[in-house]
Design a protein around this ligand. Structure first.
Ligand code: FAD
Length: 402
């Protein structure tokens, strides 16, 4: 009867889109295709490493979406035919659509780090995709088993990648765990960049909370890791230095998930060009690509952006089916909170609007960073931000799954 909206991927973009579509357009039939039976969020995954959360607290069922009338199909999309407007699943079932929303997230560029194959990620977990929760659990267990005074290595990718402050929140949460359980341990953070999101705030916090436990090694000081030897537990840098680590977290360079690249939606960069006012893919106007898989600059690849933009994508898709124009003045939001320790979080916020040239821009004076300064002066602010972060997590997951 009603139009058919099919959504690929039940994460931050896809679950938000499916829920919003059911609430706002009751006549639309919504199908959500997702291979996992529940969703493990990457946000707050770092808090598992810090011992501040457990896996069930960041695992969400699709029952709430089913109760809203979303047809949740537990399967993997294998192919998209943009002319016949059909999705083919891994078991060859076909699902027809009038409009398709694609939010499959990222894939790891395993070829960018020699030796980092599937088997290597059991020894050096990436823990950069929720999946079934096993990656973050491996990393947590390895930290618990770290020898007294051992070395934790991280390999951090170049831009663009999912969650710009994520690796640095991870460093903080690992340090939080080690300070309590293994205070002589060291963290070596090898970075393929010379600067990072909220850098001043992170480095102030690390010095205040963790003394000299954390060493950050930028690209210009040979911080780019180009190969690993998991058997020997070694990271190998661009200039051939071998670094022995007891626990290794390898976060490889990234590109859009396979379904977005194999179907010709992505360009040579590996990411999908879209119209940022509708999220229609340049290569296929009835396919709207949201979340990390698209080129959304200047918006970061964050869960908040995936959620916020999903609503405009749905509204634009449905408007097009009705022969109407997309909502003309979309506003997209982002705040990325990062926990550095107990009662200690910092944030970066921005509001994005049309730039008048078909693109989008950060609205001047609309956001910004947490203030810098000594903890003695900012303890109240840091504690409030940690509370805001918890509230953000509860409200966004409610807006996805309830
Ligand atoms: P995802 O949320 O990853 O969802 C993609 C879904 O698509 C997955 O469920 C996957 O199984 C499914 N899928 C993939 N391929 C197919 C296919 N072929 N067929 C069907 N389904 C498929 N963001 C924030 O805003 N705040 C934070 O505090 C924050 N912290 C983070 C911390 C860490 C450690 C990490 C790694 C990320 C963090 N992020 C944070 C970023 C956030 O996780 C991503 O930006 C967000 O998940 C992007 O949403 P998405 O819909 O593009 O992808």
């Amino acid at each position: 009867s009603g139009p058919r909206l099919v959504v690929i991927g039940g994460g931050f973009g896809g679950a938000s889109a499916a829920r919003f579509a059911r609430i706002s357009y009751p006549d639309v039939n919504v199908t959500l295709i997702e291979p996992y039976d529940s969703f493990v969020t990457c946000p707050y995954g770092n808090l598992i490493l810090g011992g501040k959360r457990a896996l069930p607290q960041i695992t969400h069922s699709y029952d709430g979406l089913r109760a809203r009338g979303v047809d949740v199909v537990q399967n993997r999309a294998r192919d998209i035919d943009p002319v016949a407007k059909r999705v083919t699943l891994a078991d060859d079932t076909r699902i027809a659509y009038d409009k398709l929303i694609v939010s499959p997230g990222i894939a790891l560029r395993r070829d960018a780090i020699e030796g980092y194959d599937e088997a290597a990620s059991e020894i050096f977990p990436h823990a950069w995709m929720g999946g079934d929760g096993s990656q973050i659990s491996i990393l947590r267990r390895q930290l618990e088993a770290l020898p007294e005074g051992g070395v934790v290595g991280l390999a951090i990718p170049p831009n663009p990648f999912r969650c710009p402050p994520g690796p640095y929140e991870r460093i903080s949460m690992i340090a939080h765990h080690l300070k309590q359980h293994n205070p002589r341990a060291k963290i070596l953070a090898f970075d393929a960049k010379d600067g990072f999101s909220k850098q001043g705030l992170f480095q102030d916090g690390w010095a205040e909370l963790y003394g000299d436990m954390i060493e950050w090694i930028p690209a210009s000081q040979d911080g780019t890791i180009t190969a690993v030897d998991p058997q020997e537990r070694v990271f190998i840098s661009e200039f051939g230095e071998r670094h022995k680590v007891d626990v290794g977290n390898v976060i490889p360079p990234q590109y859009a998930a396979a379904i977005a690249r194999d179907t010709g939606l992505a360009d040579d960069s590996g990411w999908v060009p879209v119209d940022p006012l509708t999220f229609a893919a340049e290569a296929a106007p009835d396919i709207h690509v949201i979340g990390d898989a698209n080129i959304g600059s200047p918006m970061p690849k964050s869960g908040y952006v995936a959620n916020s933009t999903s609503k405009q994508a749905v509204a634009a898709a449905i408007a097009d089916l009705r022969g109407e124009a997309a909502p003309a003045d979309p506003v997209y939001f982002n705040t990325c909170y990062s926990h550095l320790g107990d009662d200690y979080a910092v944030s970066v916020a921005a509001i994005f609007r049309k730039d008048g040239e078909g693109g989008i821009m950060a609205t001047p004076d609309s956001g910004g960073l947490s203030p810098r300064g000594p903890l003695s002066e900012l303890a109240y602010n840091r504690r409030r931000e940690a509370e805001y972060a918890d509230a953000w997590y509860d409200s966004i997951t409610t807006d996805m799954f309830s």
